[in-house]
Write a protein that binds this ligand. Sequence first.
Ligand SMILES: *Cc1c(COP(=O)(O)O)cnc(C)c1O
Length: 375
Amino acid sequence: MPRPIEATVHASALTHNLGVARERAGGARVWAVVKANAYGHGIERCFEAQRQVADGFACIDLAEAERLRALDWRGPLLLLEGVFEPRDLELCSRLHLWHAIHAEHQIDWLAAHKTNLPHRVFLKMNSGMNRLGFAPQAFRAAWQRLVNLPQVEDVSLMTHFSDADATRLGADGIAHQLAAFEAATADLPGERSLANSAATLRHAQRPLAGGVNVAGDWVRAGILGYGGVPDYPEHDAAHWGLQPGMSLRAQVLGVQQLQAGDTVGYGSAFTAPGPMRIGTVACGYADGYPRHAPTGTPVLVDGVRSRTLGRVSMDMLAVDLSALPEAGVGSEVTLWGRSRQGAVLPIDEVAHAAGTIGYELMCALAPRVPVRLDE
Ligand SMILES: *Cc1c(COP(=O)(O)O)cnc(C)c1O
């Protein structure tokens, strides 16, 4: 028997969650962002569920774009960071990939690219995040260069928010970037894409100059599609109506009875204050569970909330069974997501306890964990 640990990807939740994006986005079209192997869920595994709602797929790796075309996806497919070297443009021509243009060198490469099929590009503005993109004052010149190229068929406009999930300097987090984007693009034609999950959930209906709104023409739905919440703990999955896209479940392998003063695991990081019953679970950091999750991180045992105890080791962790006399070897432990009994432990809660975000936990699911698709 393989180790009793398994992740489940919930197809119906993926479809439902993208539907939430579609509703919030008003009339805008929805990219399902599937970078990082669909946030750890598996591109091929998620595809049928996501294509029911998605108008397009957005990724970063060219190999991911190839995988989507191999699934026979013929619709819009966007490379969010554009190409990494000139010959990547050959793949863009061959597979009809739309690609971001975030810097001058990418325009140079495109100008030298031989193609019969002009490309659709998304010109990216650095409106304040200072990661990728043209500064607002350089944006128009870049746009002009692109529209003059025979290799370019259409130029769309794009930017990315750094603080759509929060406030910044007392204002909602996007005001300064929105102002920069609008000022530099107000009179430019082309479709717009501004909103990630946080902006789609929190700001999509907000009007922009020129009769459009923050949703623009395309929203880029990443984390929300997988049931993760971009602005946890201010809001939770229930608030936004999102369902877990993935559950990670393991079983209790052994049970120990502790007396006051007994300790648990490496470094004796937990000391029993009195008699306790604990379970050792077949999940550790080599499965992608965060090693920094402290004592008290929530888990579900047979669908009932409990907590971890002591340090997470490579292949095991300990949970408190003191209040669960029925639990024992073989009991199901849900590390995040939905238990078989239906109870939900949001991934955001676990991530928060461990000092990280749901994104990181999903993406870090280890290859050794078998994954099952639940229709
Ligand atoms: C990852 C990414 C997104 C999606 O972000 P979420 O917060 O997961 O919705 C959107 N746009 C760009 C450019 C990205 O890199």
